[in-house]
Design a protein around this ligand. Structure first.
Ligand SMILES: [Zn+2]
Length: 274
């Protein structure tokens, strides 16, 4: 009798813990959001991220609140001699949290750790050639997003991406767009969009422009999008996200359907930021 009672109590406690966990986490996050934003962190944003000044004040405040939660929940690890400082943490967090504005967010739930390298790093990658043969080659990367647990960033490229707010290149936006894409499994160019009909509108707008970019890339024709976006639909979504935040006007003029989809997904309209 006693063991059964014991098992029942344990089960009740476990169920209570699982049911209460999200509420407890939200309570903790609310407390973090209400904390005064450190002066030194504000300074880092002002110096490292000129983009911040262009944002409406309500979004600036929201971004700072997200940064507080992000920094409390994610671990940063320096690689190849990098010492993690608040400058690194805040510069990364500020750009990563741009993608979370005006939405209900769980702060990249699969991500635990951000690895920071001093500059672009080399990685061995398995590639398949046109004949279907697999081979290993070394590739130089500015960033990488793992499906579970990690984002890897080059600090040199992170700084450059933040300092030049209008060139359509931002490694942090790129890798964290992959994180959003990976929330429902493998990155495939379609993050969680809600209703089924949202997926068909998304697919229509994205596949047309992805096919165009592939054509342009194969013929060496310039595009608003980096040709790297032609690699696969997941890369196209990440590249399009960089352009959405950094070159919103030309994007909305040249690819209005794509702009509309991204505006709907990111819940912001950077074209109207000053
Ligand atoms: Zn990528």
């Amino acid at each position: 009798m006693l063991p059964i009672l014991f098992i029942v109590i344990i089960c009740v406690l476990l169920i209570g813990y699982s049911a209460g966990k999200p509420y407890w986490r939200e309570h903790q996050r609310n407390k973090l959001r209400k904390r005064p934003f450190k002066k030194e962190w504000r300074k880092v944003i002002q110096q490292r991220m000129p983009y911040f000044k262009q944002m409406p004040t309500d979004l600036q405040l929201q971004l700072k609140q997200h940064i507080q939660v992000f920094l409390a929940e994610k671990e940063f690890v320096g690689c190849n001699g990098v010492t993690i400082t608040d400058e690194i943490r805040v510069t990364v967090a500020a750009q990563a949290c741009l993608l979370l504005l005006n939405r209900k967010t769980d702060y990249y739930p699969k991500l635990t750790t951000i690895l920071v390298y001093p500059k672009a790093f080399v990685k061995s990658q398995q590639t398949t050639n046109a004949a279907g043969l697999q081979y290993t080659q070394d590739v130089v990367l500015a960033g990488e997003s793992w499906e579970i647990g990690k984002v890897v960033l080059s600090w040199q490229d992170t700084v450059k991406g933040a300092l030049i707010p209008d060139d359509g290149h931002n490694v942090v936006i790129h890798e964290f767009a992959h994180q959003l894409d990976q929330e429902d499994g493998k990155a495939n160019g379609a993050p969680i969009l809600g209703k089924r009909q949202n997926y068909s509108c998304w697919s229509e707008a994205f596949s047309e422009q992805f096919a165009l970019l592939q054509k342009q890339a194969s013929r060496g024709i310039n595009s608003l999008f980096d040709h790297y976006g032609a690699t696969n639909p997941a890369e196209f979504f990440a590249v399009a996200s960089e352009v959405f935040f950094e070159q919103s006007k030309p994007l909305s003029q040249q690819f209005p359907d794509l702009y509309t989809q991204l505006k709907k997904f990111y819940h912001v309209d950077p074209m109207h930021w000053s």
